[in-house]
Each structure stands twice: as structure tokens, then as C-alpha cells.
Design a protein around this ligand. Structure first.
Ligand SMILES: CC(C)(COP(=O)(O)OP(=O)(O)OC[C@H]1O[C@@H](n2cnc3c(N)ncnc32)[C@H](O)[C@@H]1OP(=O)(O)O)[C@@H](O)C(=O)NCCC(=O)NCCS
Length: 173
């Protein structure tokens, strides 16, 4: 039987280059189980470790990566267009929370919420308005965002490598 330490033992810290193999492995598992990302990009490493990211974090337990989140300066064109039109906020004023994932066996222990809070805190610290987009067919993520007080601005269709996807766009007021 596998026993896990109490949740307090799971630490959220900045992602380092040494974490990337484990982040990529976790992303592949989450893609297979949850279809996130819906279209697995050809460059999985580049998707997780998008060089344009402002910051990124991992949730770790010892050597194990149990979760990940990043803060990006932008998103797809339809997402940013809706966000600017709906809020009057300039495109450069948003901090987009992205690449949020939690290991399947660690779900339901507030880790998603903690990762979301960490990236949100960083966006606010940088003077950016927190924004995110989510596949409309992801009820767990949608419940997480709405439970944390995010406001749905509307729905767009974004084009990714592999195809298009309907997404809800959320902002934190
Ligand atoms: C979405 C995800 C990150 C949530 O991670 P998690 O650690 O299990 O979430 P938390 O334990 O922090 O949940 C916080 C709240 O979100 C909501 N929530 C989370 N998972 C839920 C589910 N499966 N069904 C309903 N509500 C859910 C609940 O309100 C929960 O609060 P509660 O536990 O007090 O009821 C995780 O399911 C995941 O990695 N999914 C696949 C990747 C993905 O879709 N990422 C989003 C990309 S935009």
C-alpha cells in the first residue's frame, strides 16, 4: 500500500530545468486521462516550458512532480480579443494562467486551488489582471475557477496545432 504524507508536505516552488522531464511525463499522463491539452502538441516540452512564460511553478512531494502551473503574457487571439472588448483592459495588461494540471492520484486535495492561487498572486504582483481560458468540456477545471471567484466573460473558438477548440474565458475581478 502506498501512503502519502499530509498535504502540508506538498510544496509549491518555482519550476527549474531539472523538473522538465517530470513535467513532460505528467502532461502526457493528464493528456491521456483528461484530454488536457485536447490536442497534444508535437513539441510537448515546448508546450510545458513555453519560453514566453513570465513564471512557472511545480507542486512537489520529494522528487515527484504532482502539479504544474504557468503564467503567460498572452493567449490565443480570440481569447485576448474577447478579454479586451469585455473589460476595456489593454491586451498587455493581462496575466494568463495556463498549463494547470494536477496528477490524477493527487486530485481533490486542494492542490489545483493552491497552484491557481500562486499564479494569481504573481500576476497581481506584476500589476497584471488574471485571465484564463478553458476547454468548455472540462467540468473539474470550470468548477475550480468558478469556485475561486473567477467571472466568465464568454466563449470563443481557438485554433491550436491539431484543430480548434471551444473555450470559456475567465477573468478575476
Ligand atoms: C482541474 C484540476 C487542476 C483540479 O485539480 P485538483 O487539485 O483536483 O482541484 P482542487 O482539489 O484544488 O479542487 C478545488 C475545487 O475545485 C472544484 N473541483 C475540482 N475538481 C472537481 C471535480 N472533479 N468535480 C467538481 N468540482 C471539482 C471543487 O469546487 C473543489 O473544491 P472542494 O474540493 O472543496 O469541493 C485537475 O482536475 C486537473 O489536472 N485536470 C486536468 C487538467 C485540466 O483540465 N487543467 C485545466 C486546464 S485550463
Amino acid at each position: 500500500m502506498t501512503t502519502r504524507p499530509p498535504d502540508g508536505a506538498i510544496v509549491i516552488r518555482r519550476r527549474s530545468a531539472d523538473d522538465l522531464d517530470r513535467c513532460e511525463a505528467l502532461l502526457r499522463i493528464v493528456h491521456l486521462q483528461d484530454s488536457y491539452p485536447f490536442y497534444l502538441p508535437s513539441d510537448v516540452r515546448g508546450f510545458v516550458a513555453d519560453p514566453s512564460a513570465l513564471a512557472s511553478w511545480v507542486a512537489i512531494d520529494g522528487d515527484e512532480v504532482l502539479g504544474h502551473v504557468a503564467l503567460h503574457p498572452g493567449s490565443t487571439e480570440p481569447v485576448i480579443r474577447l478579454a479586451t472588448e469585455a473589460t476595456g483592459w489593454p491586451a498587455a495588461g493581462f496575466g494568463v494562467i495556463s498549463r494547470l494540471l494536477v496528477a490524477p492520484e493527487t486530485r481533490g486535495r486542494q492542490l489545483g486551488l493552491r497552484l491557481l492561487a500562486r499564479a494569481t498572486e504573481e500576476a497581481l504582483m506584476l500589476g497584471l489582471r488574471p485571465l484564463l481560458d478553458v476547454d468548455t468540456s472540462k467540468p473539474a477545471a470550470i468548477a475550480l475557477y468558478e469556485g475561486a471567484g473567477w467571472r466568465r466573460l464568454g466563449q470563443v473558438t481557438s485554433v491550436f496545432e491539431g484543430g480548434s477548440l471551444d473555450e470559456f474565458v475567465y477573468v478575476l475581478d
